[in-house]
Design a protein around this ligand. Sequence first.
Ligand SMILES: [Zn+2]
Ligand SMILES: [Zn+2]
Length: 462
Amino acid sequence: MFGRNAPTALGRCDEDEDGVIPETNPRRLTPEMLSAPKGTTFVHAAVGRGHTLLVGSTGDVWSAGANPLGQCGQPVAAQVPSFTLIRHWPGETKPKIVKAAAGVSFSIMLSEEGKLYAVGSGEHGQLGNGRTGEHIATGNKTMFDVHSEPILIKSIQDKVITDISCGHQHTIALDKDGFVYVWGYNGYCRLGLGNQQDVLAPKLVPQFAGPNEMTRAALISAGPSNSAVVDRQKMYWMAGKWKNTGEGSSGSPYSSFRYMQDIMGCKVYYICSGGVTHWALAPDDDGTIMTIAWGQGAANSELGLGVDEPKSATKPQRHQPLIAVDLFQIAAGQNTSYFLASPNEKLSDLPRHPETVEAPEVCVVCNEDKGDDDPPLECEKCDFPYHLGCLKPPLSAVPDGEWFCPTCSLPPGAAKSGARGGKRTREEIVEEDDDEEDEDEGKGRKKKGADASKAKAPKRKR
Ligand SMILES: [Zn+2]
Ligand SMILES: [Zn+2]
């Protein structure tokens, strides 16, 4: 985890200086550090504007960050300073949560059974429980319902929901039959229902509820003030405000879902919505993965279209710098975009940021400091520490010669360790300095592999 940490959306930690966890020294958190049973992994995470939800393989949810309206599912307070388990659930058996989504002042959680749970502010119907709870409090102030313990969204509890996505103040959900439900704040017609009235309980979107199953939905994604759906014919539809001028802007939002004409011919199979960006993946003519991107007003290079290219794009376009990069997941934030890609040559050629990442202090497997009796072995390439006994298979003694961690000993081309970064060894720095003509120079890219002929004792920490 890295980024702005005020409020404490990343939990309180040592790396946090001035409310920022730098990307060069990201925070590493394991479920076991949150007292989860050994072997628990994180399976999903969601970020709102100032809060974070982490979902464990046990079905547990931990939350941290801004919580003035109970959006963390914890007793109302300005913030939840460190990741805390959400303990109180409705019903007799605690639901096993598999996915979470977060808006500004509310959160929605999806259980394995396909039921939805909500926490936070109901001011615009975000909790989907059919009410805002508007009432007059002392001082003639208008107040709304706040639920700091999860409530079941009852009106769709007989549906099997398979996916959820939250905008700033609205939610879009998909069920197993391809029906789409929307609720919450409806400014700019972001719910795609043809009006701007807030919706207090999940409402079926008629456009994707026809008898022809191919016109039903396959994918959903919510942007801050818009909603996107891909139907079973892989066509991309959007509702709400998604640009700054013309059709689709605040003056003339898409009041119901309209398909994106420019990418009509693309068989979209993945979508993601950011603060000012929209992303889609579709197969290219040659069978490679095409990344499609657009976003008017993306003034901070959120689209990453290239140094000499315009920053913003009003219409969907093929993302040139990502041609031949095999993306499979995108996380678009308010003003930053992140991508996961399968290793290939094109990916290895891209510049790295950050160029280096500080290696963790303790063993990356068990996350424990076992003292001087069992100092971890340090990888020659990335400097990440591993206990001998934590390796699979475990090592009984410090190996002769250089030692590379499991990630760094992947075959060349896999390029996984480079993506993770790591401090360069002295040898690498010397090598590069000796060779001014090195074509990798200045690209911030680590040399793949190392000269194994240079016998050198493995490093151990301390
Ligand atoms: Zn260990
Ligand atoms: Zn390594």
